[in-house]
Design a protein around this ligand. Structure first.
Ligand SMILES: *[C@@H]1O[C@H](CO)[C@@H](O)[C@H](O)[C@H]1NC(C)=O
Ligand SMILES: *[C@@H]1O[C@H](CO)[C@@H](O)[C@H](O)[C@H]1NC(C)=O
Ligand SMILES: *[C@@H]1O[C@H](CO)[C@@H](O)[C@H](O)[C@H]1NC(C)=O
Length: 775
């Protein structure tokens, strides 16, 4: 594929982006069946929810309310009150409720009560006049009868000219009944002839002492659906979604990115211009996060989801370091004329490599479903652009991504300790030496298992340790053996997933020995593999059958291409004896399906944040609906007395530097306790790809008084690509909380002005060419 054919679509994007600058978000919103742009209104009734108009007899008003009429209101009517204490009471059966109303300068405050408890004080003041705004939402209530009360608080914002409160409509989330929540027995039965039989999972929980039990707690909501998740500091995670009707609002429209406070569960919505469905991301060596790629403006009249935004296919969104507890000033920066990729990418993987820059790998030239030769973007490019292999900063062809069609989106990639890059896509794997632009093909993954979208498996680089000279070993788990040339109508949500894990040591001897195969206790597609500071791997989330995505196969559940959610996580001990590495001992079982667009990550505290699941075009409350609830999986070590890092953590942890940490060991640790120090990249998680996930054990020694731990940084950027990381001190299998450092010299990746300039000139020339020819 020539450079020109890759560049042409990009020039179109420039034009679209420029013409959209007047109103940066939602400007392209089209109402279903219309071609005229209109302001987006947050009012939305997802499948599985019911709307009640302000005039419904089920809404009980007390005090003085007046009714007014306009086509701009839901059902053309609204009720308003400016009387302190005036209230509306509504009793409903379900698991959630939303209140929609107007905002402007005349509006004041309301107190909102759920079941008699004050839930929130809502300020309806807005400098602009906005209709059909989401004023309040509560999801995840226990299934049953609840009462919502909205009361005029008689107070207002200092610039408000009134204290009006109004009610346009209420939307109730009906919730699935207990029966619907359970794994779909009926589907299991009809497909049992297809499903291989796995050893039954015994409930051994009573046999394990309390102290080895893990905990599972549901707490918090992501507000925007958690398609992408990355820990950005000791206190916060960044959650990124696609453009859809999320409950969290920013600038009068639903948000599709938010910061999540890991301690208080508070949310800060972030403003994003372009559609980040389905982007990847990475930190750079200077701690800046880039979020790369996405979706075009959706304007094909696909009903509720055809709202607009800026085309995200070539987007590079910049999120500068945001490390303090106060995240008020943290924001996403986009400038599509100056900072963007050279080619469009949907479902690309983004990897930080040994020089601290981002390698942007593969993807599709446009949105769709499974990749094919027409849509494939079989190239890598870099951010900042590099002038290597005569590319002038433009994309570099990668034959591997042609040979791995069709099921090769969101390629699996890890930076290896010699600076090269491991990649797996579909049934194949290779090592890419980006400095020489050469591919070394590896043995095919055994037994026909495919590991990338939509036959999604997961992967990790197992812990690297100076003790074995940082010998790299790759683990691939789950996926599917479904033929990737089949059309959707020949694939079923009931086709079994794979239980296979494949491991290979990436040395000449290891490659000659080939993939070592093991079986998980349960098959999974779309699993998440999370490295723990102990060196163990947690496998969580995913489905027992079907494939990634929505709306493509037969026997969809709702719109989900997958079914039979796997509710019990499993722990894998890479160094255990073969055949005995998987364990569900003491593992809790969830009742929240985590299917397509689910995520999980280790937190700085040492527990695991589990979120997401949304196999839907837009927010849905039908099975399998859009999941905002967050779960916290606590390894048994969370309950033990934990080592503490008291001081000595530097901001910059330069390669090869030796530093001293003051630590406090648990009182029970004896002289000679096993002490390991794990430097971890918690990864950028999306679509079961845990890009950059990494654990490097550091050389360390303990002082005789057991209060000072001397540790040495990794020797260079091959071992740990320069960028952020967390240091966990692990004593007798119990880790401390993670302390954040910036590994390396903290400088940004090298910017090649020639590559940048050649690239910019080239783009501008094409823009001129194109505008000259355009009417
Ligand atoms: C949820 O988190 C909040 C804030 O940390 C805490 O106060 C509350 O007790 C937690 N709830 C549960 C069920 O753990
Ligand atoms: C390739 O994929 C695109 C996007 O899903 C689709 O529109 C197109 O029809 C496919 N082409 C072929 C030859 O299958
Ligand atoms: C880090 O480098 C990138 C790429 O050059 C740049 O966009 C960003 O602003 C830099 N961040 C900081 C904090 O200097």
């Amino acid at each position: 594929m020539g450079i020109r054919s890759l560049l042409l679509p990009s020039t179109l994007v420039v034009l679209i982006a420029t013409s959209c600058l007047a109103d940066s978000a939602w400007n392209g919103h089209l109402l279903p069946g219309s071609t005229t742009k209109a302001r987006f209104s947050p009012y939305y009734v997802p499948p599985g929810a019911k709307s009640y108009d302000s005039s419904s007899p089920l809404l009980h008003y007390s005090g003085g309310w007046t009714e007014s009429f306009s086509p701009a209101y839901v059902q053309k009517s609204i009720r308003a009150s400016s009387e302190p204490g005036a209230a509306m009471t509504f009793t409903f059966t379900g698991t959630g409720v939303e209140w929609f109303g107007n905002q402007d300068k005349k509006h004041g405050m309301a107190k909102v009560y759920i079941d008699g408890q004050l839930a929130q004080e809502v300020d309806a003041y807005n400098e602009a006049s906005m209709k059909q705004q989401r004023m309040f939402w509560a999801f995840g209530l226990p299934q049953g009868k609840h009462t919502l009360k909205i009361m005029n608080a008689g107070a207002s914002h200092s610039s408000a000219s009134g204290i009006q409160i109004d009610i346009d409509a209420l939307v109730v989330t009906l919730g699935t009944s207990a029966e619907q929540q359970a794994p779909s027995q009926q589907n299991m039965a009809t497909s049992s002839q297809n499903l291989p039989s796995y050893p039954p999972l015994l409930d051994l929980s009573s046999k394990f002492p309390q102290e080895s039990q893990w905990t599972l707690v549901q707490n918090g909501s992501t507000g925007v659906h958690a398609m992408q998740l990355v820990i950005i500091s000791e206190t916060h995670a960044l959650v990124v979604d696609k453009v859809e009707h999320n409950p969290l609002t920013v600038s009068g429209h639903p948000a599709w990115a938010a910061l999540y406070n890991l301690k208080t569960h508070a949310l800060k919505p972030l403003s994003m211009q372009s559609n980040s469905f389905c982007a990847g991301g990475t930190f750079l060596s200077n701690g800046t996060l880039v979020n790369v790629g996405g979706n075009p403006v959706v304007e094909d009249r696909t009903a509720s989801a055809d709202f607009g935004d800026v085309d995200g296919l070539q987007a590079i969104r910049i999120f500068e370091p945001c490390e303090s507890n106060n995240v008020d000033d943290c924001a996403i920066y986009e400038n599509h004329d100056r900072i963007r990729m050279a080619s469009p990418r949907w479902y690309n993987t983004v990897l930080r490599i040994s020089d601290g820059s981002a390698m942007i790998i593969g993807g599709s030239l446009k949105g769709g479903w499974i990749n094919n030769a027409t849509t494939n973007n079989p190239t890598v490019e870099y951010f900042p652009p590099k002038n290597i292999h005569n590319s002038n900063g433009l994309p570099i062809h990668l034959p591997f991504l042609v040979d791995t069609l069709n099921s090769n989106l969101f390629p699996i990639a890890f930076s290896l300790p010699d600076g090269s890059v491991f990649m797996a896509a579909n049934r194949d794997a290779m090592i890419y030496d980006w400095k020489t632009n050469t591919e070394r093909r590896l043995p095919q993954i055994p037994n026909g298992v495919r590991v990338t979208y939509p036959m999604t498996g997961t992967a990790l680089l197992l812990p690297l340790s100076p003790e074995n000279n940082y010998t790299p070993e790759i683990l691939l788990c789950g996926g599917s053996t479904i033929d990737d040339t089949k059309p959707g109508y020949e694939i079923s949500s009931q086709d079994p997933a794979s239980s296979q894990c494949s491991r290979m040591v990436l040395t000449d001897a290891g490659i000659a020995a080939g993939w070592q195969v093991e079986q998980m206790p349960q098959a999974r597609t779309m699993p998440d593999a999370v490295l723990l500071p102990t060196g163990e791997v947690l496998v969580v989330n995913g489905a027992g059958s079907g494939i990634s995505g929505y709306g493509n196969v037969v026997n969809q559940v709702g719109a989900s291409n997958a079914d039979n959610p796997v509710f019990t996580p499993v722990l894998y001990s890479p160094s255990g004896p073969a055949g005995q590495r998987f364990s569900t001992a003491g593992m809790p079982t969830s009742d929240i399906p985590r299917l397509y667009h689910s995520v999980a990550t280790l937190t700085p505290q040492g527990d695991i944040m589990v979120a997401g699941s949304n196999p839907n075009l837009d927010r849905s409350e039908l099975k399998y609906g859009t999941e905002y609830r967050v779960e916290w999986l606590g390894p048994a070590y969370m309950k033990k007395e934990r080592p503490q890092i008291l001081s000595g953590v530097p901001k910059l942890f330069k390669f090869g530097d030796t530093i001293e940490l003051k630590i406090l060991l648990p009182v029970t640790s004896l002289q000679g306790a096993s002490v390991k120090v794990a430097l971890m990249d918690l990864g950028y998680v999306t679509h079961a790809v845990h890009a950059n996930s990494r654990l490097v054990y550091l050389t360390s020694s303990m002082s005789s008084d057991q209060q000072t731990l001397t540790i040495t940084a990794p020797p260079n950027g091959n071992i740990y690509p320069p960028g952020p990381g967390f240091i966990y001190v692990v004593v007798d299998g119990v880790p401390s909380a993670g302390a954040r450092v910036l590994v390396g010299n903290g400088k940004g990746p090298i910017v090649d002005p020639a590559a940048q300039q050649k690239y910019v000139n080239r783009v501008q020339r094409y823009v001129q060419e194109l505008t000259g020819k355009s009417p």
